[in-house]
Design a protein around this ligand. Sequence first.
Ligand code: IPE
Ligand code: MG
Length: 228
Amino acid sequence: MDGNGRWAERRGHPRVFGHVRGSSRIKAVVRRADELGVKVITLYAFSTENWNRPETEKSTLWKLLIKFLKKEVDELDRQNVQLRIFGEVDRLSVGVREVLDPAVARLAKNTGISLNFCVSYGARLEIFEAAKAFARACLEGRESPNGVDQRAFEKYLWTSPLGECSDVDLVIRTSGEIRTSNFLLWQAAYAEYVFLDICWPDFGVKDFDGALEEYSKRDRRFGKVSSK
Ligand code: IPE
Ligand code: MG
């Protein structure tokens, strides 16, 4: 969900104005994804690198996350949405955790679309932490490097609750930047990427549909000669 700051600055507003507008775009996109039968939607809300932003901007982002959860949790529950957080939840403040934890506890048991927020998330950190947890399990005799395959290793990743749905099919990045920025690097190994010039606060259902249409035209060969 990139481009909030630039969207606001171009209009002569402070960056946080873009975050406010950006957070208001989430609901419709999630509903559309559900409508179309998408099984998992994961939103990159805050990266491990975003901790280096000014305090005022960070506190706005946390307020918006809290506001979104408080406002939407009942509706998300009604829609049978599963909610999860991927990232360093331990680094979040008590105030954020007080809202986040009950929302996740309530919604994680649902059976509909999986809505995930990457919060204090970095793919390198996720893989590194998984490697450490695996190494610990080996030392304690619970795992063996000889017996493990890649799928079994995935249970150490933050995305493990997604099971076989953890492989990413499509990554949409808004704002015109053409880079992955440490997002789901393991899971998106064979993802299709769609880069859009519009900034996240302008992103709507039509743009989402457009990205899915573009995706549907891609020939996903997974390294083979033909997908047919
Ligand atoms: C994306 O918008 C939202 C977050 C990273 C939280 P940005 O804040 O990255 O906006 P730009 O990229 O500076 O325009
Ligand atoms: Mg950005």
